[in-house]
Design a protein around this ligand. Sequence first.
Ligand SMILES: *Cc1c(COP(=O)(O)O)cnc(C)c1O
Length: 350
Amino acid sequence: MTSPPAGPPVDLRSDTVTRPDARMREAMARAEVGDDVLDGDPTMRALEEEIARLLGTEDALWVPSGSMGNLIALCVHLERGDRFLAPDRAHILDHEVGTAAWLAGGMPRALPWTAGPGAPSPSDITRAVAHGGPYFALRDRLLCLENTHNAAGGTVTAPREHRRLTDAAHDAGLLVHLDGARLWNAAVALGVPPADLAEGADSVQVCLSKGLGAPVGSVLAGGTEFVREARRVRKMLGGGVRQGGILAAAGLVALERVERLAEDHDHARLLAAGLAERGWETTTPQTNIVMLPVDDPRHTVAVLAARGVLTVPTDAGVRMITHCDVSRHDVLRAVESFPPPGARPAGRRP
Ligand SMILES: *Cc1c(COP(=O)(O)O)cnc(C)c1O
């Protein structure tokens, strides 16, 4: 077995591990601020207006995290006991501590991936909605979409499919929330404006703290009425921040970095190709996520960590995410660090 190349670990656990650089920290230090809970913060407002413009919505609201953004949307859209639909293994179903149920009162229903990894089809939505059931039937209120779909491996929904899904939902009497934690990645991968992927959604959550590199913050966008209610729920959850301009300033710098996500996508392809060359079976990345289907993800993650490559186990295998703090050189170093096929500790043979 060759020894892994020396150097600091290559951190592919998530694009949330990115650290703000000097320019971002400087913008934060110099941000004009107010009291956003009392009567507004100018930098916060500038960020919210810019995101509303980019997503083509009437208004937008800064929130501390993507999870809180999703939760606020569900609290606004759902009443206790209402059902919401979401693609199987959506973040909102599996990775938000069940807040959709215990805080927003929603009963989840997972939709199958009929139209490809992470993607339900319009007829799945139509079929799932129980029309004219007895009085004890659940009321279907909301469809939650996820673009890109994280657990499916950063898969992209194109505007046409997105539109067909939102149309099917609206025809069935549902509202639509879009978990766009990585909507920027989808937009860059498809070469379309983010607004094309938000069209028809009644609310959209986008993250600034993933591939765009801000230390904190998401934005929840939608119509004027929706955002007014969302602001009340944010306060209820303790998510109002006073001199938030310091955080919003990082978000404004993050927005300048949307186009550079293309580099992360290149790196993900480079990583997948390199691993395939070494005999590993990987998914073909559509954005910045590479999935390695292995039989024993925890063991593989531990072996890789010992060789200086940090990854995370999922129920489908080992997940690796490229981001702005991982260079081309780091990707090549990570590939070199993988045990060769013969010495592979776990995993299926191609
Ligand atoms: C990361 C993520 C979130 C939640 O964002 P946090 O800021 O970590 O709370 C929501 N949805 C998806 C798809 C994500 O990947």
